[in-house]
Design a binder for this molecule. Structure first.
Ligand SMILES: Cc1ncc(COP(=O)(O)O)c(C=O)c1O
Length: 449
């Protein structure tokens, strides 16, 4: 253990770096974890202490760290070439990966445009929808998007405009073109004050009416299907996606599904939209596309959209230096092969059982509620003592997080929501350990806070 090395790094970090979504003052006070390496569902710090990766490194890792087949794919590619541009050139991996993604994607999609992160996949979707809706006109008439409250589609300005999380997005509103918003189907905080047991998913009618009213000015409806992750792990009631998608498509409004977080198995099926048999006009993919190894994203769209763009403008003025980076592409192809050959989704029911036991053990904790899960995404909320309408404050949430970290589990609360999103390959033993550490950390926190 080299304490001087750690201390030097921390000092340097604090004096020259800014970390995403991390309050400056909190970071200055925290003793940060310096991650050195990973293996399976574990990350290790510089001192060799191991931590379970309870967030899949922010929802990107699918198959664990250092998967031998993914490592091998990268090694093989590095011996050939690290990068060559995709502007006016192509490469075998990029071509074959596009074919492989289309093979597993909804049938409505037949074209792939690569970029390098989820936000850019979304920007591309917005631009393509805008161009396609206005391709037949000499001047654009449709330029507004419809999205949901609590939505998160990334941090670039187009994505911020359609985003609906006040604390992330409101400060940037003066800079962006804001979308129309329909209320998120969040049953615990029902926008219509209804009860799920007796409602008819009435919130879908608001989206439907908005689409009908604004049909001529809308160039797309963008949704995170079934799970609004950053917005608070909001799991939708069954039926909402199917209903609003049907209306969008009947009205000729491009349906854009952002599966950056939900894609590649996270919700229990390869893509979340498959659970309601929805085939979008545009699909955004990122995060798990490379198994969590390297930045790569893809925006998929329909042949009809391609046909319209081919006529006008006939070129897409958008691209990134690292579009279709061959290293990312090679590890992505390996990821898709492993998903197919090893079927990690087969383990979902076992994890659901472990989670149910965990929830049952928490029955004596009245400060916990709004329990929800879909596939390998498990979430619940923490409240003030004695009031399940008042969210626990950041001090409580941070105390749980830090206790868990000390005990060897990495979690990252979203406001008062705690969640576990393990890699798909997590073993039953590892997942039980994650639940156990979370339970202990909460019990300890609640005795003092
Ligand atoms: C649904 C969704 N879309 C887009 C993004 C943005 O992806 P990235 O962070 O790779 O830009 C995220 C990131 O969490 C996301 O959850």
């Amino acid at each position: 253990m080299d304490i001087n090395r750690s201390e030097n790094l921390v000092r340097k970090d604090k004096s020259i770096l800014m970390h995403p979504f991390t309050r400056f003052s909190d970071w200055q006070e925290e003793i940060p974890l310096i991650i050195d390496r990973g293996s399976g569902c574990h990350l290790f710090d510089l001192e060799g202490k191991s931590y379970l990766d309870g967030t899949s490194s922010l929802w990107v890792n699918l198959l664990g760290h250092r998967h031998p087949k993914l490592d091998a794919a990268l090694r093989e590619q590095i011996d050939k070439m690290a990068h060559s541009t995709f502007l006016g050139l192509t490469h075998e991996g990029g071509i074959l990966l596009a074919e492989e993604i289309l093979d597993i994607a909804p049938d409505s999609l037949s074209r792939v445009f690569y970029s390098d992160n989820g936000s850019t996949a979304v920007e591309i979707a917005l631009k393509i929808a805008f161009l396609s809706q206005n391709a037949h006109l000499s001047s654009p008439s449709s330029s507004t998007f419809l999205s949901l409250t609590c939505s998160y589609h990334g941090d670039t300005l187009g994505a911020v405009g359609i985003g609906g999380i006040e604390r992330f997005h409101d400060m940037f509103r003066p800079m962006v073109r804001e979308s129309l918003k329909s209320p998120a189907p969040d049953c615990y905080h029902c926008p219509l004050n209804l009860k799920r047991e007796t409602c008819s998913i009435d919130c879908a009618d608001i989206a439907v009416e908005t689409m009908k009213t604004h049909r001529d000015s809308l160039c797309g409806f963008i949704l995170e299907p079934l799970l609004q992750a950053a917005g608070g792990m909001i799991v939708w009631p069954e039926g909402y996606l199917g209903r609003v998608s049907k209306t969008a498509q009947e009205l000729g409004i491009p349906l854009i599904l952002d599966e950056v977080a939900t894609g590649f198995g996270r919700t229990g099926t390869l893509f979340a939209c498959q659970r309601e048999n929805v085939s979008p006009d545009i699909l955004c993919l990122g995060k798990g596309l490379t198994g969590g190894y390297l930045p790569l994203a893809a925006t998929l769209f329909s042949e009809e959209i391609y046909r319209r763009l081919s006529k006008n403008p006939g070129i897409f003025y958008h691209g990134h230096s690292y579009t279709a980076n061959p290293l990312a592409v090679s590890v992505s192809r390996a990821t898709l092969r492993v998903l197919k050959e090893e079927n990690p989704l087969g383990g979902v029911p076992e994890k659901e059982g472990i989670y149910r036991d965990f929830q049952a053990r928490l029955n004596d904790l009245p400060r916990i509620g709004n329990d929800r899960h879909i596939g390998l995404v498990f979430a619940f909320d923490v409240f003030d003592p004695g009031d399940t309408k008042v969210p626990a404050d950041s001090g409580v949430m941070n105390s749980i997080r830090m206790r868990a970290q000390k005990k060897g589990l990495i979690v990252r609360p979203l406001a008062n929501t705690l969640y576990l999103i393990p890699p798909l390959t997590v073993t039953g033993k590892e997942f039980s350990a994650m639940c156990g550490i979370l339970e202990e950390s909460m019990r300890e926190t609640f005795t003092t806070n």
